[in-house]
Design a protein around this ligand. Structure first.
Ligand SMILES: Nc1ncnc2c1ncn2[C@@H]1O[C@H](COP(=O)(O)OP(=O)(O)OP(=O)(O)O)[C@@H](O)[C@H]1O
Ligand SMILES: [Mg+2]
Length: 460
């Protein structure tokens, strides 16, 4: 963490994982008399805000741990109205809309010159946010968590069962392809449980390397390892009396699974570096897009942990197995999107609806939601027509020709990486998995493209 004048106000919190940009931003902002705190992901960012506060947050969307958008959502859900400027190098209509929807003050597409940043800050200081539409951007819990929309009988049956099970402390395992609504279902359980007014804490087990995930989950004492400057509570403790969502549990290493088993059995956690266990009362919900039984058979997932987690196993079918859900989801997302853009609901043509019903939805409900959002933006003031759905995948700008290494394999790889990133809404963890490469490799490649593209043009 780079820090200048920690006690000085006003302070700006920069949430950015790119070291070059971290330095550039703290330079620019520091030069303008701000105290600057720099952290590299949303978890650290939330931690910082909780303990020190800030007068402005500048957050990248694509981060190794909690994304800038997830952080923004948590900030607003906590009732914190601090202005948040969101930055992204892979600006898509979806990510800008999402940022706006979550209450961002501004959206900055990287790379941007220092003056642009100064302009934005001046505007926010003057109380003149640009992205704000006429209607309120405040997150409304009710509209954010509408419940699990479905007309599918099998899923409706599952919802009924879950409502009953929600009152207990039983661990629930939710399986389903990416984008099928696993997190929505987890929140559904929390909302129907007696824990509804207690925290709902989510941890993405795929986003962090083993050591970090361990300290994230279990916390640590001051001095437990180099860099542990102060005691920190883990997510189990933070979720005390509430619900802990262990997202993408299939990615957890066997060693960590052993530690998880102990918590699930004993209901107490050992902070790293501590000898005194802490009792926790937590309802655990785990999700996975892998087939965990197969993972057990392949020796990649512990059988005992599997049985502990799957006290109540639930599988959400992919959208192609519940076509009757498409119409109701389209209507729901269209309605939401019209509202968000301060427009009268203009409906959708029969032709467009039948196209959506027959289209392949590899990204399941998440893809459908994005397609509708884009169509609403493209439709101007009228209803949604076929033409608003016939959009090519966005083409990313190529590096400057003179700097571009020749060789089609390099180009194909780069194009593929950008396309997959885009399909995952800029989520590097998911994109890396789809591409079959490590997140580190992905980050290195993106850095390489950025450098070839002239690098970050912050002139400091
Ligand atoms: N049944 C549903 N009703 C309303 N919204 C839904 C439903 N299912 C999914 N969504 C929306 O679709 C998007 C994806 O859902 P969610 O994040 O829960 O999927 P997921 O299965 O956890 O995906 P991943 O495996 O990629 O993490 C979210 O924006 C969510 O609000
Ligand atoms: Mg999820």
């Amino acid at each position: 963490m780079i820090l200048t004048d920690p006690d000085e106000k006003p302070s700006i919190l920069v949430v950015e994982d790119d070291e070059q940009l971290q330095t550039a931003l703290s330079h620019t902002l520091g030069g303008h008399g701000y105290a600057v705190a720099v952290v590299s992901d949303g978890y650290e960012g939330m931690d910082w805000l909780e303990h020190h506060g800030a007068c402005l947050v500048l957050a990248d969307i694509n981060l190794p741990g909690k994304s800038g958008l997830d952080m923004l959502r948590d900030i607003r859900l906590a009732g914190n109205q601090v202005p948040v400027v969101v930055m992204s190098a892979y600006a898509s209509v979806e990510s800008a809309v999402q940022a706006l929807k979550l209450g961002a003050s501004e959206f900055l597409e990287k790379p941007f010159p220092a003056e642009k940043l100064e302009e934005v800050i001046a505007r926010i200081k003057g109380g003149e946010p640009v992205l704000k539409p006429n209607c309120s951007t405040k997150i409304d819990d009710e509209s954010e968590f509408v419940g699990f929309i479905t007309r599918n009988e099998r899923v409706q049956q599952t919802l009924k069962t879950l409502e009953t099970v929600a009152v207990s402390q039983a661990t629930i395992l939710i399986q389903g392809e990416s984008g099928t609504g696993k997190e929505v279902l987890a929140r559904f359980v929390h909302r129907h449980s007696p824990r509804v007014n207690q925290p709902f804490v989510a941890v993405n087990c795929a986003a962090l390397p083993e050591g970090l995930l361990e300290s994230e989950l279990f916390g640590y004492e001051k001095g437990a390892f180099t860099g542990a400057l102060a005691r920190r509570c883990g997510k189990f403790e933070l979720a005390h009396q509430g619900t802990l969502l262990l997202d993408e549990i299939g990615e957890m290493t066997l060693a960590l699974q052993a530690k998880l088993l102990r918590v699930l059995q004993e209901r107490e956690v050992d902070r790293l570096g501590s000898r005194t266990p802490v009792k926790v009362d937590v309802r655990v919900i785990a999700t996975t897009n892998r087939n965990l039984i197969q993972e057990v058979q392949a020796g990649r997932f512990r059988e005992d942990v599997y049985y502990r987690l799957s006290v109540m196993p639930v599988t959400i079918p992919p959208l192609r197995e519940r076509p009757e859900d498409i119409e109701v989801l389209v209507e729901h997302f269209a309605h939401q999107s019209f509202q968000r853009n301060c427009r009268v609901s203009a409906g959708i043509t029969a032709e467009a609806m039948s196209y959506l019903k027959t289209r392949r939805w590899r990204g399941n409900v998440r893809e459908l939601e994005n397609v509708i959002e884009r169509a609403v933006l493209l439709s101007g003031t009228g209803s949604l027509h076929m033409e608003h759905f016939a959009v090519e995948e966005p083409v990313m700008t190529s590096p400057t020709p003179s700097l571009q290494p020749t060789g089609s394999i390099w180009e194909m790889e780069r194009d593929l990486i950008f396309r997959v990133l885009d399909q995952h809404g800029g989520n590097r963890t998911h994109a890396a998995r789809t591409l079959g490469i490590s997140i580190r490799t992905l980050r290195n490649k993106l850095r390489e493209y950025r450098q070839l593209n002239g690098g970050v043009s912050l002139d400091v």
